[in-house]
Design a protein around this ligand. Structure first.
Ligand SMILES: [Zn+2]
Length: 197
């Protein structure tokens, strides 16, 4: 099942903020929404944020996810030898989050994800530059994404890539914990439903 469908099944709408309050006060925080449906935020806060960004394109969740990922990046960079600029952290976070929240790849900018393009004679053709409307993640496309923030050489990127890979794994492991929590809750509800028959 798609993660959007799963979240909507639990009526989870993401992190809602009251724009009037100025301070970004949450109307009903993501944590409260999860509690209502019997899910636990504390099991994997980072995992929930990944799901909210992935399934709901939640901008508030994205901001929080960026902060959390930056913390993990700093931790991973502790054994980095040599100097790196502040922007390297931003590039690492942005690329890792992009991959973890769009595992099938980014939406193809040439066909806008439809996998169909129209040629000069107005014939519809299969888009040649993507896979089913997505630009899948490869070392090349990761580098292209990373270089939008920090345009370094490819060989320099390869050093950063080791940290990048660990970051993506960290995000996806957290995501798995949240997905398992959803599965468990669905099972519990099924058992409850059977008891009432
Ligand atoms: Zn395409």
């Amino acid at each position: 099942m798609r993660i959007e469908t799963l979240l909507s099944k639990f009526a989870i709408k993401g992190i809602n903020y009251d724009p009037q309050s100025g301070g970004g006060k949450a109307l009903l925080s993501a944590e409260e929404q999860l509690v209502v449906v019997g899910l636990c935020w504390h099991e994997s806060p980072v995992g929930w944020l990944v799901l909210f960004v992935e399934g709901l394109r939640d901008v508030h969740a994205l901001k929080q996810l960026q902060i959390a990922t930056r913390g993990e990046t700093l931790r991973l960079m502790e054994d980095w030898r040599g100097i790196y600029p502040e922007k390297a952290l931003t590039a690492l976070c942005a690329t890792a989050i992009a991959e973890a929240t769009q595992q099938n790849g980014q939406v193809c900018p040439e066909c806008n994800g439809s996998a169909i393009v129209v040629d000069k004679n107005r014939n519809r053709r299969k888009c040649q530059c993507c896979k089913a409307g997505r630009i899948v993640w490869t070392q090349e496309t990761r580098f292209a994404y990373f270089a939008q923030v920090l345009p370094v050489t490819f060989s320099r990127f390869q050093r950063y890539e080791k940290v990048l890979n660990r970051l993506v794994i960290w995000l996806l492991n957290n995501r798995d914990i949240a997905v398992i929590a959803i599965d468990r809750q669905i099972e519990r509800e099924k058992i409850k439903a059977i008891r009432f028959i």
